[in-house]
Design a protein around this ligand. Structure first.
Ligand code: ZN
Length: 268
């Protein structure tokens, strides 16, 4: 993909602490990002990652921390949040979902958080999950978009139906096409150079997949399983469940498109 160019070198205000949880869904492991403006006392952590004490202690070594931000509520991003907060002397954990917020307020779309030399804007990007947000971070003249699982450093993400929603996801990708030449710091995989370019490629990929699924349905596939067989013939059995999720999300989207107002699934 053209816009998917890994960043050679992270800015000096960004540190990656990668969790030791590699796998087919987590790529090399969950990326925990530590942001600290030059000379600032307090850092900000984005996505604590899994409940792995070694990982959480490596993050805590970058303290003190003003707050811990969460891109969305999947366990590989938030499971370690309470323990990390404890290791950091009670740093607040801020998330869009109150269930994952500890010692602070729930994040609102468009809200700005500041202090310690960085400005952070909460960008509402539901779709991968209902509670997914991205964080646009400014440090001096530099910016970066922290995307969680909305955009990954490699491959494409899954719409975790029914919590995730494809129409919302396409809108969110559209929103991210506004950020030309803003580096992406994703939840998994390498950092990328251009948020807008990657978002456009994700949109193209989704439209291609939708066309393939329309064709599979027209050719007689009547269940999500049959569609997965037709559209993802060589899928690794370890991630087949994710293809089924995404396919359900896409069938749901196509059904709503052909029957506006119908939110009920009938034959799945
Ligand atoms: Zn996720």
């Amino acid at each position: 993909m053209v816009g998917v160019t890994p960043v050679d070198r992270l800015p000096d205000w960004v540190t990656l602490v990668r969790a030791p949880n590699p796998g087919p869904m987590t790529l090399d492991g969950t990326n925990t990002w530590v942001l600290r403006a030059p000379g600032a006392e307090f850092a900000t952590v984005v996505d604590p990652g899994p409940l792995d004490d070694g990982h959480l202690r490596r993050i805590a070594a970058h303290g003190p921390v003003q707050f811990i931000l969460v891109t969305h509520g999947h366990a590989d991003h938030v499971e370690g949040a309470a323990r990390l907060s404890e290791l950091l002397g009670g740093a607040a954990v801020l998330a869009a979902d109150p269930a994952h917020t500890i010692g602070g307020d729930t994040l609102d779309p468009g809200e700005s958080l500041g202090g310690n030399g960085i400005e952070i804007r909460v960008v509402d990007t539901p779709g991968h999950t209902r509670d997914s947000v991205c964080f646009l971070v400014e440090c001096g003249n530099a910016r970066a978009m922290l995307t969680g699982d909305t955009i990954l450093g490699r491959g494409t993400t899954v719409v975790a139906w029914p919590d995730g929603d494809l129409a919302a996801y396409l809108d969110s990708l559209g929103r991210l096409t506004a950020f030309d030449n803003v580096p992406v710091l994703p939840g998994h995989g390498p950092a990328l150079t251009d948020c807008a370019a990657v978002a456009r490629e994700y949109l193209d990929h989704r439209r291609e997949r939708l066309d393939q699924i329309r064709a599979a349905v027209a050719a007689g596939a009547t269940t999500p399983e049959a569609v997965v067989d037709a559209v993802y013939p060589d899928i690794d059995p370890g991630v087949r469940f994710a293809a089924v999720w995404s396919t359900r999300a896409q069938l749901d989207y196509l059904r709503r498109e052909s029957h506006p107002g119908s939110w009920q699934l009938d034959r799945l």
